[in-house]
Write a protein that binds this ligand. Structure first.
Ligand SMILES: [Zn+2]
Ligand SMILES: [Zn+2]
Length: 284
């Protein structure tokens, strides 16, 4: 089994060291995990920092990235012999202009995976209930969909990313705001989005954090996973979005079942940003 979305304690919303996450992954007999620490750089908000050994560090300084890269590689060397592959990834919070705000050393860092996630619209976090409702109250559902998917398209066309994170995140608080009809919002956008993804060689993840937040499906929901496959997307990963060691691998079996049912032979794993199929053994 693999888990391609894990947050160690370099961000203030996560707890647990790289080692602690690896230990749980080993215990649960995972064969591969990818750390994807947050890279939030929007200075209009006050979360553009990371935590290194208990201290706040400006996210745009390169020193933390060096520390993060070294720590993940050390874990990789340490756990490989025990049957666990540890990958170096990052979850970049996408917003227009982000490319000018990346940390020093970003392009010198040998990431295995660079994931682009759209949490922010007009500096409001749609992953946070109050902020999402503020954004939603300014737009009807169609307008919101146009804004969100155009942002997602910009994210794809930036050329920076290997995969899109939780691509229907708007659903987390959007369903209670707009009602159940939001579940077909993607239909007007999926063909354009998939065209862009193919052109820029961008895949997506099936993110199971929604299952721990009371939603009935991972993100994106299975109908959208099936539609993306039908549109010709071939690269998909699965991730728990664990922010605590005890959540490592949660829901991954459900995500794997969904991608199989939607026509993907296997999830992809990434080595230095090159995707290859990860063969899931029934016993692992
Ligand atoms: Zn995210
Ligand atoms: Zn995440």
């Amino acid at each position: 089994m693999i888990d391609y979305h894990i947050h160690p304690n370099y961000s203030s919303d996560a707890e647990g060291s790289i080692d602690e996450f690896c230990e749980v992954a080993l215990e649960r007999e995972f064969r591969e995990i990818c750390f994807t620490t947050h890279l939030d750089t929007d200075t209009v908000r006050n979360d553009a920092y990371v935590i290194v050994r208990g201290k706040r560090v400006d996210v745009r300084s390169g020193s933390w990235l060096e520390d993060y890269e070294n720590s993940v590689r050390i874990a990789g060397d340490q756990y490989r012999g025990q049957g666990l592959e540890v990958r170096l990834g990052v979850e970049v919070d996408y917003y227009p202009g982000v490319l000018d705000h990346l940390p020093e050393r970003f392009h010198d860092t040998e990431f295995d995976l660079v994931m682009g996630s759209t949490h922010l619209v007009d500096h409001l976090a749609i992953s946070v209930k109050e902020e999402s409702h503020e954004f939603f109250s300014r737009n009807n559902m169609e307008q919101m969909g146009n804004i969100y998917f155009s942002l997602l398209m910009d994210c794809v066309e930036s050329g920076l990313f290997d995969i899109l994170g939780h691509l229907d995140l708007y659903r987390r608080y959007g369903e209670e705001f707009y009602g159940g009809k939001i579940r077909s919002l993607w239909k007007a956008h999926v063909s354009d989005l998939a065209r862009g993804m193919k052109r820029f060689n961008v895949g997506f993840e099936v993110n199971t954090s929604s299952l721990r937040k009371g939603m009935d499906e991972p993100m994106p929901e299975s109908s959208l996973v099936a539609a993306l496959r039908k549109e010709g997307i071939e690269t998909v990963t699965v991730g728990s979005d664990a922010h605590r060691p005890r959540d490592v691998g949660k829901g991954i079996e459900i995500a794997l079942k969904i991608i199989r049912e939607c026509g993907f032979d296997s999830p992809s794993s990434f080595d230095k940003r090159r995707a290859s199929p990860f063969v899931v053994q029934e016993s692992s």
